[in-house]
Write a protein that binds this ligand. Structure first.
Ligand code: SAH
Length: 250
């Protein structure tokens, strides 16, 4: 059958290298057999999931891709719809791994949704544009951002490999990076999570400022105990530093 016509507004760049696809699926630790794939397209990753006997569920927004998948994978569990609109707790009420060559136009939204559903998603494996992949994995410095800190709080994150533009159809303008996130031991924060999020956001919204300035809107308690952190900028702080800061915010 004819290939699916790539649609730009859906961030469609179809991977056409089977070895790379296989290597991505190999990164799954598979300690549960449940895998949810976002944006399977024509199923280049999906085929290996199915071969591996994972209980595979896919979410695809593109009607044409869904049609293609239904013909080629008649037994596959396909949900036609927008990943961002799905209530994951209702639709997949168990622990699962999330995989995908993710649509790059909604990368951050996907990752924020992962963070909101972290107790259900014990692992994420997949491809983002390289810059996003680096940002998420970055432990210090300019690339670090709100998502890096949020995700690193609850996941061990590894940059796995870079993928060149020429293995996609159509070729994207940028390189891609494959990353893997595995849920860590931290079940709950020792500080209020909402407050922690506000502190991290405030720090990065005023990236160039020291934390002392960025945290002006907050009332600090026992400021002397965090005197070593306040002259720094958000990008210089570890997850534990942010937890400590939160402890001193009223
Ligand atoms: N995994 C395929 C396709 C990658 S392109 C491959 O590697 O070849 C990204 C895919 O995500 C496309 O199939 C696109 O239709 C789908 N997609 C885009 N936005 C989506 C959304 N909000 N929810 C689910 N799928 C989406």
């Amino acid at each position: 059958m004819k290939d699916v016509r790539a649609k730009k507004h859906l961030g469609q760049h179809f991977l056409n290298d089977e070895t790379i696809a296989f290597n991505i699926t190999k990164l799954l630790n598979n300690n549960t057999r449940n895998v949810v794939e976002i944006g399977p397209g024509m199923g280049i990753l999906t085929q290996f999931l199915v071969k591996n006997d994972y209980k595979t569920e896919v979410i695809e927004i593109d009607t044409e891709s869904v049609f293609y998948l239904r013909l080629n994978y008649p037994k596959l569990d396909i949900h036609e719809g927008d990943f961002l609109q799905i209530n994951l707790k209702k639709k997949y009420p168990y622990n699962f791994s999330l995989i995908g060559n993710f649509p790059y136009n909604i990368s951050s939204q996907i990752l924020f949704k992962v963070f909101e559903n972290k107790d259900q998603i014990h692992e994420i494996v997949g491809m983002f544009q390289k810059e996003v992949a680096e940002r998420v994995t970055s432990k210090k410095g300019k690339k670090r951002g709100i998502l890096s800190v949020f995700l690193q709080t609850f996941y061990d994150i590894e940059y796995c490999f870079t993928v060149n533009e020429d293995v996609f159809n159509p070729a994207p303008k940028v390189k891609s990076g494959v990353i893997k996130l595995v849920r860590n031991e931290r079940k709950k924060l020792s500080v209020d999570e909402k407050k922690f999020k506000r502190v991290v956001k405030a720090g990065f919204h005023q990236k160039r400022k020291t934390l002392k300035n960025a945290l002006k809107p907050f009332k600090l308690i026992n400021e002397s105990k965090i005197a070593n952190l306040l002259p720094l900028r958000a990008e210089q702080l570890t997850v534990d530093d942010f937890i400590r800061l939160t402890n001193h915010v009223q």
